[in-house]
Write a protein that binds this ligand. Structure first.
Ligand SMILES: Cc1cc2nc3c(=O)[nH]c(=O)nc-3n(C[C@H](O)[C@H](O)[C@H](O)COP(=O)(O)OP(=O)(O)OC[C@H]3O[C@@H](n4cnc5c(N)ncnc54)[C@H](O)[C@@H]3O)c2cc1C
Length: 483
């Protein structure tokens, strides 16, 4: 953008949100150049932090006036580069919009602004014994707007579903700046499901400023088991058997030996370092039903060669077990400074095959790969460890990542279970989707965003080259081509 237009834009933005909430110095912009997927880096031309829906609407209208792209940004915990401004333009940051507008225990709903963190919703609902079920491991930081945009899941997705299953409505600023509401407070399955289209659209068809979400009653009883297996495949077989027996645990999560040892180095909580895999199974519901399920789970785990199993004795022990799982990726930082977390999905029955192939791909590219799994729903999070200053290693990481995703699709799975496509997997979309499906996605985007300024370049592969389209040069293009 020309300096003259930038100055005029800044003046206009400052009139909307105030001087303090428009950032444009190189140091300020550097803080907004990527999300938690740090391989794709591109600075916005300007950052703006609105406080109300009306301000977001006016900011988006200014983006239209100056014909520049804009990208919504929550806490930037995204793992697919979704909030990275690959075409520059405006980064519209929602983190000042943190009001909890209503908790209604009677209807079991909460109405919150988009910048409220996931965990803050559950904290606000806790006095009524209610909570917000989607629980990404990033829940203390990630925002409701980000959760909607990515259709986030978490450890308890197995039983309770993704964000889409817990959202009733969203107030959305459309790409032309108009404000609308998708969905409603009561269940509506008769109309065209615009809320369903919006959730998971990664900011490509508008910006959520407010959401009404469903709250659930806390379970009367919860039991959490930790079991060790000699190898991941044995744990995977136990998981399949538990589901085949008709038990739907609230969560079934697994980490491999490398991750387990990194966690133990970090937390020193007495984990069995020699085990090949650690499996967490959580059951919840009425105490009488848990008793029966517990017996079935124990039988499945023991019959599939568990080294040992134990149940948390109280809430403190349960919290410790979950801390081990939820700090897994952070703990891997002790092994290498950077980790590239993948998000492929496979049919649960293919876990053994997938693990073996990931191991081979790691060996082929001379990379250390740690594995964390939402084992219950076949969602794999291989974490490829690397050093970002070693470009040759980064290239191998990108190649290995692509091969792992290809394998997931070949096994009957797909590219993403919960982290979204963003820029990270956009080139892999044709592996999983037909030309007609991609064209149809383009039509949906076009219907909402005919100028193509709402988070451009995400999800749907571009036909134009970077030079033609104005996309900023990214490291992945330099190392792999593809633009
Ligand atoms: C350690 C760690 C653990 C994680 N664990 C999980 C997990 O268990 N499950 C899971 O699903 N994800 C997980 N994630 C990924 C990430 O936390 C989620 O995708 C989360 O929902 C992103 O929220 P955010 O506020 O950080 O959004 P951002 O990263 O800021 O944005 C993500 C995307 O949403 C868009 N967006 C943001 N706000 C809005 C809005 N208001 N309206 C429209 N679009 C918007 C952005 O443009 C971008 O495309 C994890 C990430 C980390 C770093």
């Amino acid at each position: 953008m020309l300096q003259q237009s930038l100055t005029a834009l800044r003046d206009d933005l400052e009139r909307v949100v105030g001087k303090d909430y428009v950032l444009s110095t190189p140091v300020q912009l550097a803080l907004y150049e990527c999300d938690a997927e740090t391989m794709d880096v591109a600075r916005p031309d300007m950052v703006v932090l609105p406080l109300t829906t009306e301000q977001v609407s006016r900011v988006v209208k200014l983006a239209n006036k100056y014909n520049i792209p804009f990208t919504a940004r929550g806490a930037a915990t995204g793992l697919s580069g979704g909030a990275t401004t690959i075409y520059g333009g405006l980064s519209i940051v929602l983190t000042r919009m943190t009001r909890i507008l209503e908790i209604c225990p009677k209807d079991m709903v909460a109405r919150v602004e988009a910048g409220v963190t996931n965990l803050a919703v559950s904290h606000a609902a806790a006095p009524f014994d209610l909570y917000f079920a989607p629980d990404p491991s990033s829940q203390s930081a990630s925002t409701i707007g980000g959760n909607l945009a990515e259709n986030s899941g978490g450890a308890h997705t197995l039983k309770y579903g993704m964000t889409i299953h817990h959202v009733l409505s969203a107030t959305v600023v459309l790409p032309n700046g108009d404000v609308t509401t998708f969905g409603g407070r009561a269940k509506d399955k008769l109309s065209l499901d615009l809320l369903g289209v919006f959730v998971g659209s990664e900011g490509t068809i508008g910006i959520a400023t407010e959401a009404t979400v469903r709250l659930l009653q806390r379970s009367r009883a919860v039991e959490t088991m930790l079991a060790y297996f000699p190898e991941v495949s044995a744990g995977g077989q136990a998981v399949s058997k538990i589901v085949a027996e008709g038990v739907v645990p609230a969560a079934m999560e697994m980490i491999d030996k490398l991750t387990l040892n990194a966690v133990e180095d970090y937390l020193q909580m007495g984990l069995n370092r020699d085990a090949g895999a650690l499996l967490i199974v959580e059951l919840d519901g009425p105490p009488e039903s848990i008793k029966v399920q517990r017996e079935i789970v124990e039988e499945c785990v023991n019959k599939n060669g568990a080294i040992s199993l134990s149940w948390a004795k109280d809430a403190d022990e349960r919290a410790k077990i979950w801390k081990a799982r939820k700090t897994s990726f952070g703990a891997l930082g002790r092994i290498a400074p950077n980790g590239y977390v993948l998000d492929g999905v496979i049919p649960r029955s293919k876990l053994k095959e997938a693990i073996e192939t990931i191991d081979l791909i790691g060996k082929k590219h001379d990379l250390l790969i740690a594995n964390v799994y939402h084992a219950g729903d076949g969602n794999l999070h291989p974490c490829l460890l690397y050093h970002k200053d070693n470009e040759e290693e980064v290239r191998r990481v990108m190649l290995a990542g692509r091969e792992i995703l290809e394998m997931c699709v070949a096994l009957g799975g797909t590219l993403s279970g919960e982290h979204g496509i963003g820029i990270e997997k956009v080139h892999e979309m044709p592996i999983a989707f037909s030309e007609m499906e991609l064209t149809s996605m383009g039509w949906v985007k076009q219907a909402f965003d005919d100028k193509g300024i709402s988070n451009p370049g995400k999800i749907i592969p571009q036909l134009k080259s970077c030079g033609e389209s104005g996309m900023r040069p990214l490291l992945r293009h330099k190392l792999l081509g593809g633009c």
